[in-house]
Design a protein around this ligand. Structure first.
Ligand SMILES: Cc1cc2nc3c(=O)[nH]c(=O)nc-3n(C[C@H](O)[C@H](O)[C@H](O)COP(=O)(O)OP(=O)(O)OC[C@H]3O[C@@H](n4cnc5c(N)ncnc54)[C@H](O)[C@@H]3O)c2cc1C
Length: 450
């Protein structure tokens, strides 16, 4: 069996490695990747730019040579531009020689991920504006991050935008964050949780411009020197980072018969099959099923990409495996503050007309007599009819955010709240309190429902 993979990063190369381990010589695997390296861990980019580490290449999880040793061929600098599905043929171009190429598959895996969107305004091709998702962009920004760069404007207050804000601020840049919504982390956390994050950003001198958007880019000599906001405010700027959103790299399939949503995300079933026989898709370019309500979501996530890759490898091996779904779990550190979330927010539960209520608990993360206890806040959204937890959001310090790992399996398995009234959680003074925030919230939930 010959398997061709389009896109040689997290989802594609996880599929390749596991499939090769499963089938050994019974499978030939060829991946086409339009960059000069495979397997970039893009999550490291804000931290590399922020000088947390110096060697950019360590973000490459595995090299072409390493894959070759495993018996997997990765053609870097090859872009696939078309797929002839009836004839099981991919067509593309060698980006170095400009020569066209063609290759035939028995099974095709589309793992092309997505790109960060740039501002759709004149001037978005200036030299000092980036939507950084490649190694080259990360290296270039870091090289340019000299003393001449005084002000960085980050457009987009989602998790990636916030990570960039922190990393530029830690490097003594003036950072201005522009977010067109009324809060950061919109749709990920509720307003009062966002408020705490905003306070932390402001405490660290990140200037927030909420409820406004970029109206115009003022460009001189191919460099943006001012940004004009919808409010009319003019901001001087040396570097612009776009973390606005994300578009799947599926434009080359737009005229094909493959089933996609209007945003270009590929529709797959639980076995990662598309609507076309022998064609599968994994990672950021597909829609994932929300395990709580079955809705389809676009959730760019490394961990989901890896899980889907492993499932697909098993499916291609002939094993009875399937991808169960996801629920939008996220963890994030902004300066010292940690934020974690999973499942429904209150806003989503309300929008979807659930019979829900919420409980929020704020306490200290460990015993007062051990130095350094810090606040921890947990908000839980629960279904008052089914008596199950629908979502959780956590704010805290010292790895307090990892408490989200208690809520994930409870929500995932739709465990009744009364079944976890006395959950046997650990206690020792440096870690927690005899009544940890999680225990308090489970007690309160049970009291409310009794
Ligand atoms: C700055 C940043 C920070 C992030 N931080 C986190 C984080 O903290 N946690 C987390 O879970 N996720 C994070 N993510 C998201 C994470 O990187 C993605 O979810 C993950 O990379 C998805 O893997 P993928 O293989 O589906 O797609 P990608 O990593 O996008 O890989 C797809 C590959 O296919 C190539 N390609 C595209 N089209 C073609 C074509 N036509 N022909 C050949 N090759 C093609 C692309 O160049 C790319 O290399 C972050 C992303 C960014 C950009």
């Amino acid at each position: 069996m010959k398997v061709i993979i389009i896109g040689g990063a997290t989802a594609g190369m996880t599929t390749a490695s596991k499939l090769k381990r499963n089938l050994k010589d019974k499978v030939e695997i060829v991946a086409y990747q339009n960059l000069s390296y495979p397997s970039l861990g893009r999550c490291g980019i804000p931290y590399y730019i922020g000088k947390n580490f110096d060697e950019a290449n360590i973000m490459i999880a595995r090299t072409v040579e390493k894959f070759s040793e495993e018996g997997i061929t990765v053609h870097t600098n090859y872009e696939i531009t078309d797929v002839d599905f009836p004839n099981k043929t991919v067509k593309g171009i060698n980006l170095m020689t400009k020569e066209p190429i063609e290759d035939h598959y028995d099974k095709l895996v589309i793992a092309v991920g997505g790109s960060l969107d740039k501002l759709n305004l004149p001037g978005n091709d200036a030299h000092n504006i980036y939507a950084p998702a490649t190694l080259e962009a990360a290296v270039k920004i870091r090289e340019e991050l000299t003393d001449k760069i005084k002000t960085v404007v980050v457009v987009g207050g989602g998790p990636i935008g916030l990570e960039f804000c922190e990393n530029f601020a830690r490097n003594d840049k003036r950072v201005v964050l522009i977010e067109e919504q009324d809060q950061v982390l919109k749709d990920l956390v509720d307003p009062e949780i966002a408020e705490a994050v905003q306070m932390e950003l402001e405490r660290k001198s990140v200037e927030l411009k909420l409820n406004t958007k970029v109206k115009k880019l003022h460009v001189k000599n191919k460099m943006i020197n001012q940004i004009e906001l919808a409010t009319g405010e003019l901001l001087d700027v040396d570097l612009v980072i776009c973390a606005l959103g994300f578009t799947p790299n599926t434009q080359f399939l737009a005229d094909s018969e493959i089933s996609m949503n209007p945003q270009g995300s590929i529709v797959v079933n639980d076995q990662l099959e598309t609507n076309i026989p022998d064609v599968y898709a994994v990672g950021d370019c597909v829609l994932a099923k929300n395990i709580i309500d079955g809705s389809l979501m676009q959730i760019p996530s490394s961990t989901i990409s890896i899980k889907q890759g492993k499932v697909l490898a098993n499916v291609l091996t002939g094993k009875d495996d399937y991808f169960q779904g996801a629920m939008g779990t996220m963890i994030l550190q902004i300066f010292d503050l940690e934020i974690a979330r999973t499942g429904f927010t209150e806003e989503y539960a309300k929008k979807m007309s659930y019979l829900y209520d919420t409980i929020t608990v704020s306490t200290k993360d460990h015993t007062a007599y051990v130095k350094g206890a810090k606040p921890v806040t947990i908000k839980v959204v629960y279904d008052t009819k089914e008596q199950i937890i629908l979502g959780a959001q956590i704010l805290g310090y010292h790895r307090a955010a990892m408490r989200i790992n208690v809520f994930i399996p409870l929500i995932w398995s739709k465990t009744k709240i009364s079944d976890v009234k006395h959950l046997d959680l650990p206690y020792s003074p440096p870690f927690s309190r005899p009544m940890d925030a999680v225990t308090i919230i489970l007690n309160k939930l049970n009291a409310e429902l009794e």
